[in-house]
Design a protein around this ligand. Structure first.
Ligand code: 2NE
Length: 275
């Protein structure tokens, strides 16, 4: 696959090919730990992929073979969050802006695949949990570290994980902070497939291509529907927005718009009152 890079980033790369966007966390010297800047760039890249109507599937991955992402960069962790280089940090204020990225991945109306080689640990593990699908290399290792390093994720990192692997297993993962192999992760339903490391991208692209053959609107609605159950009112809000979008696309809705513009009464009689 002929990836075409674009954009100018320090902490990530953004590439596209054949309707697929590949977003790579590029801090391998820290096992792809994220800092505030990494997350600003990831948010920008996910927005680009969302807005690009040629893109149907997004792959999130980490540079190199050692790690997908090792979570928040503990070396720049301040006393209330992670410290960036901006004016907010100069005032001594930290950020937890990975939470915004998690929400963005959930809301993004296109499938997001986590492509995991090496460690998906801590906040990096939560990111793969938030993705729609996960393809793991046979060297992948999964786990949470929060209670060991003085952190926790009580949002998607806890209850979406519990919804994925069950309550008992989710508690074990958080309470004991163990690491799990790719095979163990597959057995507990935490990943969709495990493949040899050298075939990781090939297999992930195969899954992406298979989804690209499907109806984009159907995929959008299924993602929204599955997420609505666990995202409560916010999930329903998005799903309801999609219902509005579909309604706008109907002649019935367009008749209401046209009647207003033409200063006449709308003629809705020709539209059936469906059973
Ligand atoms: C990821 C893991 C298991 C890898 O172990 P290993 O043995 O393969 O590598 P090593 O030597 O530990 O790491 C290589 C280099 O990367 C840095 C290390 O410090 C080391 O650099 P030097 O010190 O030798 O120069 N590195 C690795 N992970 C880093 C990190 N997260 N921050 C900064 N530097 C990091 C092993 O490295 C590991 O366990 N890493 C820490 C994982 C972790 O605890 N992450 C934070 C969890 S909390 C979180 O992510 C979070 C949250 O809970 C809520 C909101 C937001 C964030």
């Amino acid at each position: 696959i002929d990836w075409q890079p674009s954009g100018s980033y320090t902490d990530i790369t953004y590439e596209t090919a054949e309707g697929i966007a590949k977003i790579t966390i590029n801090r391998p010297e820290r096992r792809n730990a994220f800092r505030p800047q990494t997350l600003f760039e990831l948010q920008e890249a996910f927005n680009l992929a969302r807005d690009d109507s040629n893109v149907g599937v997004i792959i999130l991955t980490g540079a190199g073979e050692q790690a997908f992402c090792s979570g928040g960069d503990q070396k720049i962790r301040g006393d209330d969050g992670y410290m960036g280089d901006d004016e907010v940090a100069q005032r001594g204020i930290g950020r937890l802006n990975v939470l915004d990225l998690q929400v963005q991945i959930r809301r993004l109306p296109k499938p997001v695949i986590a492509m995991v080689a090496g460690y998906a640990i801590g906040g990096g593990h939560v990111l793969h949990v938030c993705c729609d699908l996960t393809i793991a290399a046979d060297n992948a290792r999964f786990g949470q570290t929060g209670p060991k390093v003085g952190s926790f994720d009580g949002g998607y990192g806890s209850w979406l994980l519990a919804q994925t692997v069950g309550l008992k297993k989710a508690r074990e993962i958080w309470y004991l902070c163990r690491q799990y192999s790719a095979e163990e992760a597959e057995r507990m339903g935490l990943v969709n497939a495990v493949v040899p490391l050298e075939r990781l991208e090939e297999e992930t692209v195969t899954w992406a291509r298979e989804m690209l053959e499907k109806s984009p609107l159907a995929l959008r609605m299924v993602k929204g529907a599955i997420n609505a159950v666990s995202d409560g009112a916010a999930g329903m809000q998005q799903f309801a927005g999609d219902a509005t979008m579909l309604y706008y696309m109907s002649e019935e809705a367009q008749e209401g718009r046209d009647a207003f513009k033409e200063k006449r009464a709308p003629a809705f009689d020709r539209f059936p009152r469906r059973p």
